[in-house]
Ligand binder design. Structure first.
Ligand SMILES: C[S@@+](CC[C@H](N)C(=O)[O-])C[C@H]1O[C@@H](n2cnc3c(N)ncnc32)[C@H](O)[C@@H]1O
Length: 280
């Protein structure tokens, strides 16, 4: 593992690392982690790996404890490339390395808000946004914003930290904020997370999924859509089963038969969720 603070080449390219001047941190959550604490306190900017993905001009970096499996969201990224999301307002729940948010920006999104419960993920996404899209990020607090260089316009990317005390899908979204597109590759297993890295995998009682579905009717703009990527049979079934409770129509956008897949599989399956009655 490489700590960007001590790696000479990376240190030259990382301006964000300067913000995280407390160095490499433990991988477990502190007893109290709330948005009142700044990310700087909780961040662990250890670079684990870098990889080429799709046609992104620079390799995507992965920090310690931050999830990586680009295959999970391959079909979602493909759809974004095909349909684009020009000018759309986008929310990504569980931003991880920032891969999906950056793809949305690359596909023309007007503005993206990315949230995560793991502060390392927010540092990671900010780092990738700066390196890959050249979006300089403002000083971190509980919210980090990025503007296109030289542009005096609304931020193109905002990153927000979700508290473990209030981990609902829209906990850090203002009631007035609505979106044309909501994307997520949520944790897919019903279990209790203990360490930061666990939050990528475990969604106890599928509460995050449930709060996401419950919030969609009031958070999606008219005609808006939600795209979920899941590589787990139980999670896909749960999403399909719960969506109608909230007046939503969830459809699998994948040729594979769910019944013939193993419980955990890659690439992840794309599920499109819309309000019942809304047109494609
Ligand atoms: C499977 S990973 C996906 C990461 C990234 N979107 C990707 O596709 O590579 C799920 C992400 O959701 C985050 N997460 C888990 N619970 C969350 C919550 N309640 N609110 C926001 N993010 C959460 C995790 O920390 C993790 O980064």
């Amino acid at each position: 593992m490489i700590c960007p603070m001590t790696h000479p080449t990376l240190a030259a390219t990382i301006t964000l690392a300067a913000l995280i001047s407390t160095g490499c941190r433990p991988t477990s959550p502190s007893p109290v982690a709330s948005p009142a604490n700044s990310w700087r306190v909780a961040c662990s900017p250890q670079l684990t790996d870098t990889r080429h993905v799709d046609d992104l001009p620079v390799e995507v970096a992965q920090f310690e404890t931050v999830f990586w499996d680009e295959a999970d969201t391959r079909s979602l990224r493909e759809l974004l490339r095909q349909t684009g999301c020009r000018g759309e307002s986008v929310l990504e729940i569980g931003v991880g390395t920032g891969l999906l948010s950056l793809c949305c920006l690359q596909a023309g999104a007007g503005a993206v808000i990315g949230t995560d419960i793991n502060p390392n993920a927010l540092c990671n996404a900010a780092y990738n946004a700066e390196r890959i899209l050249g979006l300089p990020m403002s000083q971190p607090s509980t919210r980090w914003s990025a503007r296109s260089p030289g542009a005096d316009v609304a931020p193109r990317l905002q990153l927000r930290w979700v508290s473990r005390d209030d981990p609902e899908a829209f906990a850090v979204i203002e009631p007035s904020e609505k979106f044309d597109l909501i994307v997520s590759n949520p944790p897919w297993e019903d279990g209790k997370p203990q360490q930061w890295a666990d939050y990528a995998f475990y969604d106890e009682d599928f509460r995050l999924l449930d709060s996401l579905l419950a919030g969609l009717p009031s958070r999606l703009n008219r005609g808006g859509r939600c795209l979920l990527a899941y590589g787990c049979v139980t999670a896909v079934r749960t999403a399909l089963e719960r969506a109608p409770r909230y007046g939503l129509r969830a459809e699998i956008r994948d040729d594979r038969d769910l019944n013939s897949l193993p419980e955990i599989f890659t690439p992840g399956m794309l599920i499109e969720v819309r309000l019942t009655g809304s047109r494609e």
